[in-house]
Design a protein around this ligand. Structure first.
Ligand SMILES: NCc1[nH]cc(CCC(=O)O)c1CC(=O)O
Length: 340
């Protein structure tokens, strides 16, 4: 039987190549287990975001810059599938493309990588912390106004190098990227989500394909994690309502809870998942909009069964409290768009 070769587009950063390779390994295993006749081939694509390294991203078009060329290549039929960090995906996909799978999320938290192994609370007064994310710096300013926050750009590996060479006491990175690279031993502390609400979709991947590509969609459906898809859908709807193209500190994090509001524990057993669906579980969502200086942090939480309604409800409550005033502020890229 002739095999179809699925062409997978990816950016060329270490993280993008690594996570694309990991996804292809999973897809190959799924093909094997289900006797699906597919081969995979990687096609590297340079995006505008990768070419422009020195300019603040929002000035040249925001984080969509990292996915646009890849999406065009997919619409043109040059590639069939693309692996993205969910948090880099714009909240609306172009006509004709869909998120075919949202694999199981890894740790969504931000991580502190400090030179001396200290946690956030232990960092000395006035310590110099590197982050270019408005979301991180706003929340850190609120929690530790004494810290000196300075921008740090580049891929994860170059940021880790800059920790040593540019006089930072610590930097903040998403734990997920470090896990995927196998660099989690660099993490000295996790920022609790109560202190630093993660970016929408942080720790999750999105696997994009053409809406009309039935074969690829069928394959991807076997890789989808319904729990992650549900919680991320709530976060992304929240983002979509508030987004408006603005660059402000926004964070959101959703989990599944039981009727008592307790987090539904990770079963860790893939085979079990999906069986608990139904009215006994709800989505709990916390959303945040802040000012860049951290003097205002607005947060709302709620729970519901429908991710779309919940995302809209939490965003709506923040707007009632004046989030739209904050949304008018102009800032730099809100989530370190250039770090992959
Ligand atoms: N903003 C860039 C970015 N996009 C995705 C990740 C890795 C974490 C993830 O997949 O959520 C990172 C690095 C970081 O923020 O430290």
């Amino acid at each position: 039987m002739t095999k179809r070769t699925i062409v997978v587009g990816t950016r060329q950063s270490q993280l993008a190549l690594t996570q694309t390779g990991q996804v292809i390994d999973h897809l190959k295993a799924i093909c094997q287990a289900n006797s699906l006749p597919f081969d995979f081939e990687i096609r590297k694509i340079v995006t505008k975001g990768d070419r422009i390294l020195d300019v603040t991203l929002s000035k040249v078009g925001g984080k969509g810059l990292f996915v646009k060329e890849i999406e065009q290549a997919m619409l043109d039929g040059e590639i069939d599938l693309a692996v993205h960090s969910m948090k880099d995906m714009p909240s609306e996909l172009p006509q004709g493309l869909i998120n075919g799978a949202v694999p199981r999320r890894v740790d969504p938290r931000d991580a502190l990588i400090s030179k001396s192994g200290l946690s956030l609370d232990e960092l000395p007064q006035g310590a110099k912390v590197g982050t270019s994310s408005l979301r991180r710096s706003s929340q850190l300013r609120a929690y530790r106004p004494d810290l000196i926050l300075e921008p740090i750009r580049g891929n994860i590996d170059s940021r880790l190098r800059k920790l040593e060479t540019e006089g930072f006491d610590a930097i903040i990175l998403a734990a997920a990227g470090l896990y995927r690279m196998g660099w989690e031993d660099r993490i000295t502390a996790y920022l609790p989500t109560e202190v630093c609400l993660p970016a929408v979709g942080q720790g999750a991947l999105g696997i994009e394909c053409r809406e009309n590509d039935a074969e690829v969609r069928q394959l991807l459906s076997l890789y989808n994690d319904p729990d992650t898809a549900l919680t991320v859908a709530a976060e992304r709807r929240f983002l979509r309502v508030l987004n408006g193209g603005c660059q402000v500190p926004i964070g959101a994090y959703a989990t599944l809870v039981d009727l008592n509001g307790e987090n539904v524990k990770d079963k860790g057993d893939q085979a079990d998942r999906g069986n608990t669906e139904g009215s006994s579980r709800r989505i709990a969502l916390t959303g945040m909009v802040g000012s860049a200086d951290g003097l205002t942090i607005l947060k709302e939480s709620g729970a519901g069964e429908d991710p779309v309604a919940l995302g809209e409800q939490i965003a709506g409550r923040l707007i009632l409290r004046g989030a739209d005033e904050l949304l008018k502020e102009v800032g730099s890229d809100q989530d370190d768009g250039k770090s992959r």
